[in-house]
Design a protein around this ligand. Structure first.
Ligand code: HEM
Length: 153
């Protein structure tokens, strides 16, 4: 089934691009901004975010299309109700969350309003960093579960 193999390759490469970007922002960029608050940290953050967001949108769409293709092609629907395939349910929920963030809450400005709500700068940065940390840890759990689960664990 070369088509399924191609879909899996597209799926994993798109996950790599998307979650790799999230890892860079969480583990490198945000800590460095928080440590050196000279200049306009927010402007620097938005400059990076504006460049990464369209790439993340493309990656998330590719992950969804390739994932759904595999679901239909391999007829894996029954996996959703089997506890040992918990990572498949989590994949879809995580994907839906990012679709909402990148295509609805981001473009309408709601995300920025929620993130900047109340408190001084340091608190807003901490909140932003913590949200990124949680999203990254959940993504790592999903990837670990999917790779282990797809190979007999
Ligand atoms: C609509 C969303 C998604 C759907 C429908 C979906 C579906 C699938 C399917 C059907 C497979 C093949 C499983 C197998 O044959 O064993 C797969 C593999 C995989 N998925 Fe997803 N997925 C989605 C989102 C995600 C997300 C958000 C992540 C990571 C955060 C992810 C990471 C992976 C990885 C790493 C594999 C490869 C596992 C392996 O073969 O070693 N997927 N996905």
């Amino acid at each position: 089934m070369p088509d399924v193999a191609i879909a899996l390759v597209v799926h994993v490469l798109a996950v790599l691009w998307w979650i790799g970007g999230l890892a860079f922002v969480t583990a490198v960029f945000l800590p460095s901004l928080r440590a050196n608050q000279q200049g306009d940290a927010l402007a620097a953050f938005h400059a990076i975010e504006n460049r990464f967001e369209p790439q993340a949108r493309i990656a998330v769409v590719l992950v969804g299309v390739s994932g759904l293709y595999m679901l239909f092609r391999l007829d894996l629907w029954s996996w959703f109700v089997q506890p040992r395939f918990w990572w498949l349910d989590l994949m879809v929920l995580y994907w839906l969350l990012f679709m909402l963030l990148l295509f609805v809450l981001g473009p309408t400005g709601m995300l920025k309003r929620v993130m900047r709500h109340g408190g001084e700068q340091a608190r807003i940065w901490r909140r932003m960093h913590n949200v990124h940390r949680v999203l990254l840890v959940v993504a790592l759990v999903i990837v670990a579960g999917a790779v282990a689960g797809s190979h007999g664990f």
